[in-house]
Design a protein around this ligand. Structure first.
Ligand code: AMP
Length: 473
């Protein structure tokens, strides 16, 4: 999931800039896209299921019109929140005004908060965290002197990983959870407009220069008075940036906590080479997120990097599943081996992660069919052993292949000659030294920065709402 927002004093085509910002963040979520434009306190919103360029046509962007501020969101759908009703940003009217809220992440105390709110009379339309967050904020706003004070008070109650943007009629407010689990940064354009984004790659796209990361626990308020930082919640908890941002989630051209994601991935490749060396003729990367680590592995060993697999560029992370009755293999539709790189070669295949093991087994078969003599699988992430509660879509323990198999068994299962994972101690060295104070690697080592959820959301809060193509806002 990703958030993007713009704050300016002049009336501009903020919808179009938000569209391009979200376009650059598409890799963080493909289930739904949404934009809310604020024109002198009047909100114009559009959101729907689908990727950015499917949801927004020229006509819709024109209808959103001009404004001084906007917020946007792309989100991926977990099993309980795929319907379009869960699309963000969420617009809420409350006794003191109107808000649009966009977030990235997941609360671990969602069920408790929702139950508490329901007992006080709140009603809910979705199973989306953002609805609980907006209820908590608007209740605090009843007695708080400002919206930023209401957000600050709410942060005492919200537990989990979240980066959020709240737009009021006058202000754009960015907030990051106290552990700083998900990234959030802001930049400024030459014309003085501020741009807030989950990742820095989207700042470049709209011509903004990176200013800085928003700190864990920090609230940054953009208003006509300028930029105000509220640090009441900073240093309340240890910094724990999700290390999977470096491994998989973020785009390699983003910089998080002063560290280029591309360089972090190359470092992972180099550590992997040191931990699991093997004689081979070529190193290839599984497109796209395994490529940077493959280059790092090749540079560290001197084994040449080769272009071994081509990904169909037009497919995206989701595509129409051919279904069980159709014979085409999903991986074959997405990936094609370059036989010249692979045939009769001892190949090192670097992928960013092995979750269920399904992708790996299919890619290994593709390479075998293309004539590879040996295939050595290397994962630039450590073995996945635990679920994630903070917004990364990791399978449950029963489906995690590394929970039930040794590396030798996995090699057999995938049809590979060997399998090697990044050692857990190296995962904490992927970032730039001395910048980020700590990481969350709970999906690998089980060391969670918060209590795990006490109640599951998949029971009473489960939603099955059929698609309704009439956009509601
Ligand atoms: P699997 O087939 O379940 O082992 O999935 C591994 C592949 O999924 C890797 O090639 C990753 O690039 C990709 N992947 C890893 N984590 C995620 C995630 N949270 N969401 C979607 N894809 C992922």
């Amino acid at each position: 999931m990703a958030v993007f927002g713009i704050f300016g004093l002049k009336t501009e085509n903020v919808a179009s800039s938000t569209y391009y910002g979200l376009y650059a963040l598409q890799h963080r979520g493909q289930a739904s896209s949404g934009i809310v434009v604020n024109d002198d306190g009047v909100f114009h919103a559009y959101k729907d299921s689908g990727i950015v360029n499917e949801v927004f046509t020229h006509r819709i962007l024109d209808e959103l019109g001009l404004g001084q501020m906007a917020v946007g969101n792309v989100r991926y759908g977990t099993s309980d929140t795929k319907d379009r009703i869960h699309a963000e940003p969420m617009v809420v009217d409350h006794v003191k005004g109107r808000l649009a809220i966009s977030h990235d992440g997941k609360l671990v105390n969602y069920a408790e908060l929702r139950e508490e709110l329901e007992l006080q009379g709140s009603i809910f339309h979705t199973a989306n965290d953002v609805e609980v967050i907006s209820n908590v904020i608007t209740r605090e706003r009843l007695t708080a002197s400002s919206i930023e004070e209401a957000i600050s008070r709410s942060m005492n109650k919200l537990v989990g990983g979240y980066s959020m943007l709240v737009m009021s009629p006058q202000k754009l407010i960015a907030a990051r959870d106290q552990n700083g689990l998900h990234p959030l940064c802001y930049g400024v354009r030459d014309d003085g407009e501020y741009v807030v984004s989950s990742e820095s790659c989207a700042l470049n796209v709209v011509g903004a220069n990176f200013v800085r990361d928003i700190e864990p626990g920090e609230i940054v308020v953009f208003s006509k008075e300028g930029v105000k930082s509220i640090k009441d919640h900073c240093n309340e908890k240890p910094e724990r940036l999700c290390v999977f941002e470096y491994i998989y989630t973020s785009r390699p051209d983003s910089v998080i906590s002063n560290c280029s994601v591309h360089l972090a991935r190359k470092r992972a490749g180099a550590f992997l080479a040191k931990a699991h060396p093997v004689e081979a003729d070529v190193v290839i990367g599984a497109p796209d997120s395994g490529i940077d680590a493959a280059i790092g592995y090749a540079e560290a060993t001197g084994i040449p990097y080769g272009l071994g697999l081509i990904k169909n560029k037009y497919i995206g992370r989701t595509f129409i599943d051919p279904g069980q009755n159709v014979r085409e293999d999903k991986v074959k539709i997405k990936l094609n081996p370059v036989a010249e790189t692979i045939k009769d070669k001892r190949v090192i295949l670097v992928d960013d992660s092995i979750v269920r093991g399904t992708t790996c087994a299919r890619v290994v078969k593709l390479l075998r069919d293309a004539g590879a003599k040996e295939i050595h699988v290397r994962s630039s992430a450590p073995a996945f052993l635990n679920p994630c509660y903070y917004g990364t879509d990791v399978a449950s323990k029963k489906d995690l292949v590394a929970c039930h198999h040794t590396t030798e068994e996995m090699a057999k299962l995938f049809g590979a000659d060997s399998v090697g994972f990044l050692p857990i101690e190296d995962v904490f060295k992927l970032g730039a030294p001395g910048t980020c104070k700590g990481y969350c690697a709970a999906c690998f080592d089980g060391n969670y920065p918060t209590e795990p959820p006490k109640k599951t959301r998949f029971s009473r809060f489960d939603y099955k709402i059929s698609e309704n193509k009439n956009n509601e806002r």
